[in-house]
Design a protein around this ligand. Structure first.
Ligand SMILES: Cc1cc2nc3c(=O)[nH]c(=O)nc-3n(C[C@H](O)[C@H](O)[C@H](O)COP(=O)(O)O)c2cc1C
Ligand SMILES: [Fe+2]
Ligand SMILES: [Fe+2]
Length: 398
């Protein structure tokens, strides 16, 4: 059975959601599911904008047939060749042997890699500034390299002022029947998952996102159609403002993320005391056990807050593995522009603090506070004085 939503008179959302998937991209938990968006334009020509993941192929094909209403398919625009959007491209091309693929040269190479080389007469390679006329609508193409793959393009419908943004402006979480962000309380209920999606999928590529935002600023945009999550037709400025902050690694909220690991609870105690001392000073605190909470959630919180305290045990002369993993992931996502406090524990030769400093040395614009708490097994009154100094320093900066 088909399940589609009209976006405009000519454009129909024909995507589908997966709520069975445990790990998106084999890494990210998606407890609220994920949607794969695809759109069909019915103009003088028919145009399909991207396909979907293979997990939702059957639903997508029902939707496509319904939205076409018996018409043939003229074009498939491939904005992004990652298989969560292109794994069903082969099915569509087999169903509609006359449909031509409109895509970037790099994506065409990837089509040959993931599938098979398309005959040249089936492909129309486009680059930035090229246009596609479909009757009433004219599309122009925008290069979006490394947002977050190299072959990515966006397209802009100058007739209805719609920007198709590929993975940008996507979110984790299935929209549950909604298609527009204004049908839900996006900023209340979905912003956290949108942030987690952005930071983990695209977060490393802030400079490339900034470049695309500059191009988008020159366009008159009435609607944003991404490949996951919601379509934006109002409040577009609010989500663009978030992307601008995130891609500049700018603080979204003053406050402290405390990420800790603790085998027997002593390091956790120190982290709890740090949290309590900060709260007493009126500072917002969020706190995670990095052994328990998936790294993707903590990475997103690290993007959000101005300060981070890492509290961890020394482990076989190294950093406790789950903390090391978190730090590695943060560095890999361009963790920058933060003030950091360190609490280390070690029962015979504490070394975690020094090792954390070395790992953060790879990151840009990270200020590590000199006031470092070193615990020998369990916190002592003299350690508390250092913790007071550290939390006091953080309070001064708020
Ligand atoms: C398997 C294991 C390996 C450890 N390796 C070290 C080490 O190499 N150097 C050190 O000073 N402490 C080491 N410790 C001690 C911890 O760093 C820490 O002091 C202890 O776990 C108490 O803190 P907690 O209650 O937060 O777990 C190790 C602990 C465990 C369980
Ligand atoms: Fe992608
Ligand atoms: Fe995607």
């Amino acid at each position: 059975m088909h399940c589609t939503r009209k976006i405009t008179d000519d454009l129909t959302w024909i995507g589908a959601s997966d709520r069975k998937l445990s790990l998106f991209e084999a890494v990210y938990p998606v407890p609220k599911g994920i949607s794969y968006n695809s759109y069909l334009l019915n103009d003088e020509k028919t145009v399909l904008f991207d396909t979907v993941d293979k997990a939702v192929c059957d639903q997508f094909i029902d939707n496509l047939r319904f939205a076409l209403g018996g018409r043939k398919l003229d074009y498939v625009v491939v904005h992004h060749m990652e298989p969560d959007h292109s794994a069903t491209l082969g099915v569509v091309l087999a169903m509609f042997p006359e449909a031509a693929v409109v895509t970037s040269a790099k994506a065409n190479t990837m089509i040959a890699q993931f599938m098979y080389p398309l005959p040249p007469e089936r492909v129309r390679i486009v680059k930035e500034g090229d246009t596609l006329e479909t009757g009433k609508h004219t599309f122009s193409f925008i290069a979006a390299p490394m947002v977050h793959w190299p072959e990515v393009i966006m397209s802009y419908d100058s007739t209805d002022r719609i920007l198709f943004t590929a993975d940008a402006f996507g979110t984790f979480g299935a929209p549950n029947g909604a298609v527009f962000a204004d049908e839900v309380d996006f900023m209340g209920d979905h912003l956290d998952e949108a942030r987690r999606y952005y930071c983990n999928i695209v977060g490393k590529y802030g400079a490339q996102v900034q470049a695309v935002l500059k191009k988008a600023a020159a366009l008159d945009i009435a609607m944003i159609c991404p490949l996951h999550g919601f379509v934006w037709r109002s409040g577009i400025d609010s989500i663009i403002a978030k992307y601008d902050l995130w891609s500049r690694y700018e603080t979204e909220e003053k406050g402290v993320l405390i990420a800790y690991t603790s085998v027997y609870g002593n390091t956790q105690s120190a982290a709890e005391l740090a949290a309590a001392k900060l709260r007493e000073k009126g500072i917002t605190v969020t706190m995670y056990d990095a052994s328990v909470t998936h790294t993707s959630y903590i990475v997103a919180e690290a993007f959000r807050f101005s300060h981070v305290i890492f509290a961890t045990t020394t482990y076989n002369n190294g950093i406790f593995i789950k903390m090391e993993e978190l730090l590695h992931d943060l560095a890999a996502h361009n963790f920058s522009r933060k003030t950091v406090g360190i609490i280390e524990n070690g029962s015979w030769a504490p070394a975690a603090g020094k090792l954390i400093r070395a790992m953060l040395g790879q990151c840009k614009d990270i200020t590590v506070l000199d006031e470092q708490v070193t615990i020998k097994s369990a916190m002592k009154p003299e350690d508390e004085a250092v913790l007071d100094a550290m939390t006091g320093k953080i309070a001064e900066e708020m």
